[in-house]
Write a protein that binds this ligand. Structure first.
Ligand code: ZN
Ligand code: MN
Ligand code: MN
Length: 280
């Protein structure tokens, strides 16, 4: 949800849309720095979210962060920015921080995975008292971005000493774009089995429920409204009736209209599909 006008406004927008959970940016998503957290504002956000029953809260980190960058300066800035994001989560009572694993920029997957693990460990060392869990998000596979293969995520988890502070965010649009089948019933099962074998399904703490404008395997990340894309109602029926994800929060990152009508429609579509389970 947009935090234009302050993070409390994001809570109000979520309540208006009928959400039970909320993802926000705690700072501008396209800038390195952000204005300092004001304790009173953070407390107001925590109270508003608690009063609205929104839980768990999720923050998405800024897009500039790239722990796998070939440029050591960018890596240093990325670690600092990640620490800042972690501290913002702690201040706002947000337990989960979504992070794009990063792009190796041509240096190769193994080097990239090493850099990401090292960056995560550095950030963890600089925020020792934090209760924030960093969620590595599954990627669509654009350019040299890592995380489109579940083996990448497993590789980062295996290399990181800060593993207890790490978990996963599954984005349906991204895994579809990466080539995994989430649409057919058998394909969904194979995809979940692959993720389970690589990382363990229990590590998935947040799901980004996004339909895709593009075909499976296109490796291009273009979100679409639920039921309007190439994943479609069939694919989201798999997600919404999946016992392993019953208690995992599902968040829309789909195109919005001015009035918030598209968000309400997206939520309604997902909830209809979830109810199908009991009626067969
Ligand atoms: Zn993301
Ligand atoms: Mn996402
Ligand atoms: Mn995306």
């Amino acid at each position: 949800m947009s935090a234009a006008g302050g993070l409390v406004r994001a809570v109000e927008r979520a309540v208006d849309a009928g959400c039970r959970t909320l993802q926000v940016f705690t700072k501008n998503s396209n800038q390195w720095g952000g204005k300092a957290v004001v304790a009173g504002e953070a407390a107001a956000f925590r109270k508003a979210a608690a009063d609205a029953g929104l839980a768990p809260l999720v923050s998405h980190s800024a897009y500039l962060i790239n722990l796998a960058s070939p440029d050591p300066l960018v890596r240093t800035r990325s670690v600092e920015a990640l620490v800042d994001e972690i501290e913002r989560c702690d201040a706002h009572g947000i337990p989960y921080l979504v992070l794009h694993p990063g792009s190796h920029g041509g240096d190769g997957e193994e080097v990239g995975l090493d850099r990401i693990a090292r960056g995560l460990d550095e950030a963890a060392a600089k925020s020792p008292a934090s209760g924030t869990t960093v969620l590595l998000e599954t990627a669509a596979g654009q350019g040299a971005c890592l995380g489109h293969d579940f083996a990448h995520l497993a590789g980062i988890l295996a290399r990181a000493d800060s593993r207890p502070r790490l978990a996963l965010c599954l984005d349906t649009c991204h895994v579809h774009a990466a080539g995994y089948d989430v649409v057919s019933k058998e394909g969904w099962r194979r995809t979940l089995d692959a993720l389970d074998a690589a990382c363990g399904l229990g590590l998935v703490k947040v799901i980004h429920a996004n339909d895709s404008k593009k075909e499976r395997g296109c490796r291009v990340d273009r979100h679409e409204r639920i039921g309007h894309g190439t994943i479609g109602a069939k694919g989201f029926a798999n997600l919404m009736t999946e016992p392993a994800f019953e208690d995992v929060p599902k968040i829309l990152e789909t195109p919005k209209d001015e009035e918030g009508k598209w968000d309400r429609e997206g939520l309604a579509a997902l909830r209809r599909l979830a109810r199908r389970k009991s009626t067969g």
